[in-house]
Design a binder for this molecule. Structure first.
Ligand code: BES
Ligand code: MN
Ligand code: MN
Length: 458
């Protein structure tokens, strides 16, 4: 009797696999909010059980934070080639709930118009699940894998991967591999699958200005004392010039410019400013002068205010001069920049431009570097071949503006590069209401993963 191939097995079992994915999506594993602590743990347990069910050797590793899921194919340690699939099972908070439409409940996934909707679909549950299902297709059909495959899923990616970094320091040996495979990024369009060769880094800080020692009556005191909200606004306004350049001294010093080759590749990506504007609901795009919007997003450093707080925010009015004003700020960094020293430059500049009328306190948070992999390297070519087989069209290379800070630690501690094959589409609404993942991407993603292993070893 003829055995069936992994691809045939996938098509026979696709509906069941989608049901399993829905089960995974129903667990509200929100890492940012303590309310969901038990659900996060339940999600790790669900994954452990699922890994065991498909024939992997799986174990839960407790950390100071959320548990890690570690699983491997039988015989992993002795395999000639060893690949580590990384993903994260934690998801962003689902708020604002009232803006979810296809499904009213972000944790009751629904399938509609060729997509699966729900929190964590694109980022990152459906994407990590594709690789598990691909390996199941080999194990269930008795098809030999040309390599050992292990899985590492964490539950703290959306809050900075702190426990995983500590774990990598201690257990590098345990996780040793030739290459890390990650599907947690995007691609430009269904007919344009792409390998991501660069990610931006990210650094964060929170600045707090304090003026008077309490909120003041703005009639009694207004005019005689500086308002920290005003100071904060003018300081923030001073962080960019008219041309959209960041004014922090030395901000662009180490930036590695794009090569002509990369610039050309980027021009071929199917991004269109007119459509982009429309999809965002803005009249005009804005950014650093002298660069295309694709270059700005993928390869230029930026500084953004993420949140502003000061004074009275409730219903109605309140005539006060607030005592404090604060801003959460992040910068995206690009290859060659050192995130830590850039963080220091931003802090120093904020302190320098702060007037004596208020006091300033800056809380430094994470600082992670950008990542770059050789676009002409063997693993990128292997991934391109796997994508082309699965999607039936040309695949290309790109960079992403988002960050997965742990890839730098994989390089430092495991000495392994990360191959980024993400299949999320630009309208997937990661971190937003109505997050979705295309079922076509899910199908092609499983097929890509099935093809990938043989391409990587050839
Ligand atoms: N999957 C994203 C990162 C991403 C998305 C990279 C799209 C490239 C394209 C990840 O889950 C994420 O949200 N990362 C955070 C990191 C931050 C919390 C340190 C980010 O980029 O904001
Ligand atoms: Mn992600
Ligand atoms: Mn995310």
């Amino acid at each position: 009797m003829n055995k069936i191939t992994p691809i045939e097995y996938f098509h026979k079992n696709r509906e069941r696999m989608l049901e399993e994915l829905k089960e995974l999506l129903r667990i509200p594993s929100v890492s940012a909010q303590p309310f969901y602590k038990d659900d996060v743990k339940r999600c790790a347990d669900w994954l452990i059980n699922h890994c065991k069910k498909i024939g992997l050797i799986a174990e839960k590793r407790e950390t100071e934070g959320n548990p890690l899921v570690l699983a491997r194919t039988p015989g992993y340690k002795e395999a000639k080639y060893r690949y580590l699939v990384y993903g994260h099972y934690d998801v962003q908070p689902p708020e604002p709930l009232e803006l979810w439409t296809k499904t009213k409940n972000p944790f009751s996934p629904v399938i509609a118009d060729g997509n699966i909707y729900g929190r964590g679909t694109a980022d990152d549950k459906a994407q990590l699940f594709m690789h598990l299902k691909a390996v199941e297709c080999f194990l269930a059909t008795g098809t030999p894998l040309p390599c050992g495959i292990s899985f590492l899923f964490e539950g703290e990616e959306e809050i900075g991967s702190r426990s995983l970094e500590t774990f990598l320091q201690k257990h590098a040996e345990d996780l040793s591999c030739d290459l890390v495979i990650i599907s947690d990024t995007g691609m430009p369009a269904l007919n344009c699958p792409a390998v991501t060769c660069g990610l931006r880094g990210v650094l964060a800080l929170e600045v707090t200005l304090t003026g008077p020692n309490r909120d003041l009556h703005s009639g009694i005191h207004g005019g005689a004392v500086q308002n920290p909200a005003h100071v904060l606004c003018s300081m923030i306004a001073a962080l960019h010039d008219q041309d959209g350049k960041v004014t922090v001294p030395g901000f662009y010093d180490e930036v590695c410019n794009l090569t002509e080759f990369e610039k050309k590749q980027f021009l071929n990506l199917p991004y269109n400013d007119e459509e982009y504007k429309k999809s965002l609901g803005v009249e005009e795009l804005f950014g650093e002068k002298g660069y295309t919007s694709t270059e700005r997003r993928m390869a230029r450093p930026t500084l953004e205010v993420n949140g502003l707080t000061s004074g009275y925010q409730g219903k109605g009015g309140k005539t006060i001069i607030p005592s404090t004003a604060s801003a959460k700020i992040t910068c995206r960094t690009v290859p060659n920049q050192d995130a830590k020293s850039l963080q220091n430059k931003v802090c120093a500049y904020l302190e320098k431009i702060c007037p004596k009328t208020v006091s300033i306190k800056i809380e430094k948070e994470q600082a992670g570097n950008a990542y770059l992999i050789d676009p002409a390297g063997k693993s990128v070519s292997a991934a391109i071949r796997a994508l082309e087989k699965a999607f039936g069209c040309k695949a290309t290379i790109m960079r992403e503006g988002g960050s997965i800070p742990i890839v730098v630690d994989f390089k430092n501690y495991l000495k392994a590069d990360s191959l980024l094959i993400g299949l999320s589409l630009p309208d997937d609404n990661a971190h937003s209401p109505n997050e979705k993942f295309s079922l076509e991407c899910f199908d092609k993603g499983i097929e890509t993963s099935i093809y990938l292993w043989n391409e990587l070893v050839s």
